[in-house]
Design a protein around this ligand. Structure first.
Ligand code: SF4
Length: 312
């Protein structure tokens, strides 16, 4: 007899075929969602996949700004976000209106917009970036003034790597800024052989304590290729499942390794927005074709330019 989860997965499969849908999942999604996805990756991987898919429907298992990117790149397709509560507190730190005010203060600046932002903000920006390519994008710009929004830590990291002076927005990702250098140092003392990899949305002090600073896609690749047997990972805990599954011979420690009971409560490196999508909601989404992410044409056209400039 099929278990409840197996039945849900079969139902997803049936609907996926019926709708000619592709399911894209971010690396921070729960394991059961990653397990049924056609593709799992970071924002950059997922936007590339979305731009190339031949499916009629894209079910985006991530947060709203990611589904908006898919809607911008694939206007002829239906993009579904199974739960509209999947937001992003970092993206919420900025609006089109606030950005326009800032642009008035720096009329000569080119605007680089981290993909973790509302689509209207992308439309007012010159070029997008992800955590995987922020340094490359900033480095490629010749303008003396660069306004980088909305993640301050990623902007600081890009500035330190490129030697450029960036005008920064004071936004941050709550799960990543909770991580402290002492968490890393304590774990390093317990596991002296381990290498430390952290996400560039972490604080500067955390970045200084790490061996490598990588996007989640970069962490997946690095973990596969590195000889080290133990790795301390400073990013949202959802990635750990994928790393452990793909590298059964390696040991991964979450950078804020609390007591098992505290981990259950998800006190650190836990993004609640990344956990709202469930198999049941994907089924509902594909059955009722909800919730469609629509971007107004004028916004879409402008946002597409800044996203495509990044993808090129
Ligand atoms: Fe936003 Fe951070 Fe959650 Fe990503 S992990 S969705 S940036 S709050």
């Amino acid at each position: 007899m099929k278990s409840r989860v197996q039945s849900l997965k079969s139902r997803v499969e049936e609907l996926r075929r019926r709708r000619n849908a592709v399911i894209l999942a971010h690396n921070y999604q729960p394991q059961d969602i990653q397990g049924i996805a056609d593709f799992v990756g970071d924002s950059l991987d997922l936007s590339r996949k979305a731009s190339k898919t031949s499916a009629d429907v894209i079910v985006f298992c991530g947060v709203r700004f990611m589904a908006e990117v898919a809607a911008v790149l694939c206007s002829e397709k239906t993009v579904l976000l199974p739960d509209l509560n999947a937001g992003c507190p970092l993206a919420d730190t900025i609006t089109k209106e606030k950005l326009c005010l800032k642009k008035k203060l720096h009329p000569e600046a080119i605007v680089v917009c981290y993909v973790n932002s509302p689509v209207e903000v992308k439309a007012e920006s010159d070029i997008c970036c992800t955590s995987a390519n922020a340094v490359k994008i900033v480095n490629s710009l010749k303008n003396p003034e660069i306004l980088f929004v909305p993640d301050e830590n990623l902007g600081n990291f890009a500035a330190s790597k490129t030697g450029k002076n960036l005008i920064l927005w004071h936004g941050s990702c709550p799960p990543h800024v909770e991580l402290r250098a002492e968490d890393i140092l304590e774990l390093k003392a317990k596991h002296p052989e381990a290498v430390v990899i952290v996400h560039p949305e972490c604080r500067e002090e955390v970045i200084r304590a790490a061996d490598e600073v990588l996007s989640t896609g970069g962490m997946v690749k690095y973990s596969r290729e590195i000889d080290a047997k133990e790795i301390i990972v400073g990013t949202e805990r959802g990635l750990l499942g994928r790393l452990r599954k793909e590298n059964p011979d390696k040991i991964f420690h979450l950078a804020s390794e609390l007591s098992p009971c505290a981990q259950e409560r998800g006190e650190k490196l836990f993004c609640p927005d990344m956990k709202v999508i469930t198999l049941e909601k994907i089924i509902e989404s594909l059955s009722e074709m909800k919730y469609k992410i629509d971007v107004p044409e004028d916004v879409r056209e402008k946002a597409r330019r800044s996203i495509e400039r990044m993808l090129k």
